[in-house]
Design a protein around this ligand. Sequence first.
Ligand code: PMP
Length: 306
Amino acid sequence: MADRDGLIWFDGEMVPWRDARVHVLTHTLHYGMGVFEGVRAYQTKDQGTCIFRMQEHTDRLFRSAHIMRMDMNVTKEQVNEAQRAVVRENGLEEAYLRPMCFYGSEGMGLRADNLKMHTIVAAWDWPSYMSPEARDMGIKVRCSSYTRHHVNISMCKAKANGHYINSMLALREALDSGCEEALLLDNEGYVAEGSGENIFIVRNGKLFTPELTSCLDGITRNTIFEFANELGLEVEEKRITRDEVYVADEAFFTGTAAEVLPIRELDGRVIGSGSRGPVTNLLQNMYFDQVKGRREEFPEWLTAVR
Ligand code: PMP
């Protein structure tokens, strides 16, 4: 990743990609205290390249920093402008964007009272998190042996760097056992989320998704709520057990990277028809139409980079 042409926004300046470096004693590298976002930009029908729900991502970044008691060194306007600039100045038609805020190398130790905050925004071409086949047919998932963060261990409403060691352990385990993604349960054994996705199930035409207790307040999750509302589909946030997923008519993951991704199997149990179900299909199509500017609704969700 490090050796390529391009520009990364680093504390207010555009820096050549290869020169966007930090010291080995960077505090965040040692303890994982940092916050970040994953954002996508799509080529749209009428407005060129647009960033999807940029403001909501920026707002969540600042909420994450607030939870972690990290004092931001930049404003929301700067982060927004930086996101538009990195896509534009790297000449990207579609992109994955990574704003990230981290502590510098001014000191070590957990007190973290003498550290400078830094902010970067990078963008690169990352066409699809899963194969096109997975998008159509769904993926195989296993319940993880790793528990999702307990509400009082790490703060689930923050998208914090260190949280992702739990995700990586779970995903590695799932991949090792021939699955494509992990489903993490909370400390009481109820369904929480994927390694980087929220989950929905469909039963008798109604959508269910876990309460936000042990999962991230996903922006794609919220997008699905808006679509369901538009379609007159009911959505209920509730505790879900793993066997409710086994017997669901349909199940799917949502996330900026994964987009709307059908789940065809959990722990060896085929879900519904074993392929993308009709409700998932409808919502997935709406999602792609929305991000690519082919729908009239929610124009405020698209920010042109030019
Ligand atoms: N849960 C976790 C743990 C995630 O990392 C992500 C990706 N940011 C999500 C859910 C989905 O969130 P969003 O739809 O905002 O990308």
